[in-house]
Design a protein around this ligand. Structure first.
Ligand SMILES: Cc1cc2nc3c(=O)[nH]c(=O)nc-3n(C[C@H](O)[C@H](O)[C@H](O)COP(=O)(O)OP(=O)(O)OC[C@H]3O[C@@H](n4cnc5c(N)ncnc54)[C@H](O)[C@@H]3O)c2cc1C
Length: 240
């Protein structure tokens, strides 16, 4: 059987912290790797000692498809019992993965890509951004990425490095609660002024957002006010 409903055995090959309260699992399949598109998600089944299922939850794949022939990465924010248990998974432990699922994927297009992430909502965008560059795409990409404090930011070093390498890539970091003295990003909430300043032509850009509902609702209103046809040009991923 080779279907998205199959629950494939994977081994934990790495489990490392990414930011405060966020860790990254790297998983390797016991058999063949499945194929997926950047932006898709999987169910991660945690197992009991008997290898029967304990519980499962959905996680976007953070690694790029073209870099995932042997392993996939999941970035997970710790909340309650399930994620606390996932956080202490040890190298060599087994889990099951079902999927991939979801339609939060990129169109083949040259239109500028505008991504809006709040907190752990950055995970599907890491896959998309990495994949675009791995495939040598030249389209302009802007990531608006908001967190409460600097220690909440996942993938900051990699994103800054990608911005240094690729002139068509810009990340605008926002810290909404507190910022260190040397902080060179924004310290307020994402608003229409910044979008207008950073996005040359919002109407003919593709917009993708992932974060809490209030965050996505606020940006949706801004995009409507900027004349974006949200039925065609806006895609959202909800984590709840
Ligand atoms: C499409 C999608 C993509 C997502 N991508 C991401 C992502 O990339 N990163 C991320 O951090 N989050 C992501 N999420 C959110 C993530 O799925 C939830 O945040 C996570 O499930 C909540 O974890 P928790 O510890 O609060 O779960 P819990 O509330 O503890 O429970 C999760 C599940 O485990 C079961 N469970 C809990 N405790 C027990 C127990 N003692 N015994 C048996 N069963 C138990 C629950 O019944 C439930 O089914 C995504 C969600 C969706 C829908």
């Amino acid at each position: 059987m080779n279907s998205i409903l199959e629950k494939r055995l994977f081994t934990i090959v790495r489990n490392e912290p990414l930011a405060v309260g966020i860790f990254q699992l790297t998983l390797s399949p016991k058999g063949e790797m499945f194929t997926f598109k950047a932006g898709q998600w999987v169910y991660l089944y945690l197992l009991k000692e008997s290898n029967s299922e304990w519980a499962h939850a959905a996680f976007s794949i953070a690694s790029a498809p073209s870099d995932s022939s042997k392993t996939i990465d999941l970035a997970i924010k710790v909340y309650k019992d399930y994620t606390k248990r996932a956080q202490i998974l040890k190298i060599g432990e087994m889990v099951r993965i079902q999927g991939p699922f979801g339609m939060f994927t990129l169109n083949i297009s040259d239109e500028p890509l505008v991504l809006y992430a709040a907190g752990i909502g950055v995970t599907p965008f890491m896959s998309m951004i990495r994949e675009e560059f791995a495939r040598g795409q030249r389209r302009e990409i802007i990531l608006f990425y908001t967190n409460k404090t600097k220690s909440d930011i996942a993938y900051e070093i990699e994103l800054r490095e990608l911005m240094r390498i690729y002139s068509q890539f810009t990340v605008v970091f926002f810290l909404t609660r507190s910022a260190p003295g040397h902080w060179n990003g924004e310290t307020k909430r994402l608003d229409a002024t910044i979008i207008r300043r950073m996005v040359a032509d919002p109407v003919s850009s593709e917009h993708f957002m992932c974060g809490p509902n209030e965050f996505m609702d606020a940006i949706t209103k801004i995009l409507i006010s900027l004349g974006v046809d949200i039925k065609i040009k806006l895609r959202k991923e909800r984590f709840s």
